[in-house]
Design a protein around this ligand. Structure first.
Ligand code: SAH
Ligand code: SF4
Length: 340
């Protein structure tokens, strides 16, 4: 077990059980989160016997070891982390002038199996624990020697299919004793697990929700995202509208633009219809080709036409600036091994 996946109450219970006063919990968490120290031997303000007991329990501070990394010219860096059971996951650091973002994974592989996604094509191995999720953000902050301001669950896996660990991890990222990140700077992207969207709206967290929309008809969306057969468009969109109404947070509708598949006039008209009249924002995403997947990105002029038409009809929209494709670190290109 690792300290990093535990919340304050759990660390306090552990500390009390080991015969120490409650305040030791925050000292322990300070070493792990604020100083980035995992080795109990170096936690000099803790009594030697307590440190020994923690070790004897088989506890460790962090959950991940670095297994590799690849950096693009613009500073985008992909990290490969080894988990305690020797499986690996990837996370990506995206530096911008005002924000430093980590795109983290929530599962090894993904069971949703979207046709256009490298993770989906790899199948599902297992859920990550809360500690394994939080540690991706912590380790990247330590490596970059910077404060990570934003984190997005857009790496490998479907976050809402690993609900408990993902939400616990987001609370730890947000906690004063954790990484102290504003909840408004944390984003969950989902392929549309409807019951979990309703649950998330009730958590009382100011999180951002992004829906992987990608199609405006059930026929096409079911082809692209098999989960649409379980939770069809009307249900998913209703859940997103309810999320926006309840949390007052603007929902992002992600729309990967696939040449000749979802980038026609009829698609555009339906997109305007379903994005009108509620608190949402359309993010047009250039497709990153994935080996063996039969899709190509829409031409730039098509993307621009979509953007102009949406804006002209009063729908907030943007085109996502892609980063990291040269090191296979862009959206949907993450797998469990590092390809340089
Ligand atoms: N499972 C979640 C979150 C991880 S994927 C989800 O699907 O939303 C994060 C985003 O990357 C999703 O919008 C997903 O559809 C998109 N994506 C997947 N493969 C992609 C690719 N090859 N090019 C561009 N975006 C991709
Ligand atoms: Fe899973 Fe998201 Fe990839 Fe679909 S796009 S296979 S839900 S990670």
């Amino acid at each position: 077990m690792q300290i990093i996946g535990l919340n304050l109450e759990e660390v306090e219970a552990l500390v009390l059980e080991l015969g120490e006063p409650r305040y030791r919990a925050r000292q322990l968490l300070d070493w792990v989160y604020k100083k980035g120290i995992d080795d109990f031997g170096q936690m000099t303000n803790l009594p030697a016997l307590f440190r020994h007991r923690l070790q004897a329990r088989g506890l460790t501070g962090g959950a991940l070891t670095l297994a590799g990394a690849a950096e693009a010219a613009d500073g985008t860096k992909k990290y490969l982390f080894r988990l305690p059971d020797d499986l690996c996951v990837e996370a990506v650091y995206i530096p911008e002038e005002k924000r430093k973002t980590v795109c983290f994974s929530t599962q090894v592989g993904c069971a949703v199996g979207c046709a256009f996604c490298a993770t989906g094509r790899q199948g599902f191995q297992r859920n990550l624990t809360a500690g394994e999720i939080v540690d991706q953000v912590r380790r990247i902050g330590l490596d970059q020697q910077t404060r990570i301001s934003h984190a997005v669950a857009m790496g490998q896996g479907e976050p809402l299919a690993n609900y408990a660990a993902t939400v616990k991890a987001l609370r730890l990222l947000n906690a004063d004793y954790g990484l102290q990140m504003a909840a408004r700077h944390l984003t969950i992207s989902t392929s549309g697990v409807v019951p979990a969207i309703y649950r998330l709206a009730d958590e009382g967290l100011q999180l951002n929700l992004a829906l992987s929309l990608h199609a405006t008809s059930d026929e096409l969306r079911s082809q692209l995202i098999p989960l649409n057969r379980t939770y069809p468009l009307a249900q998913v969109l209703r859940a997103c509208r309810d999320y926006a109404a309840k949390t007052k947070r603007r929902v992002t509708l992600e729309y990967i633009m696939l040449a000749g598949v979802n980038d026609g006039e009829a698609d555009l008209v339906r997109l305007v219809e379903l994005a009108s009249g509620w608190l949402c924002h359309v993010n047009l995403i250039p497709y990153n080709p994935v080996p063996a997947a039969p899709y190509r990105p829409s031409p730039l002029q098509t993307r621009r036409r979509f953007l102009a038409f949406l804006s002209a009809h009063g729908v907030a929209a943007s085109i996502r600036q892609e980063r990291g494709a040269e090191v296979n670190a862009a959206c949907g290109q993450l797998r469990s091994h590092l390809k340089l």
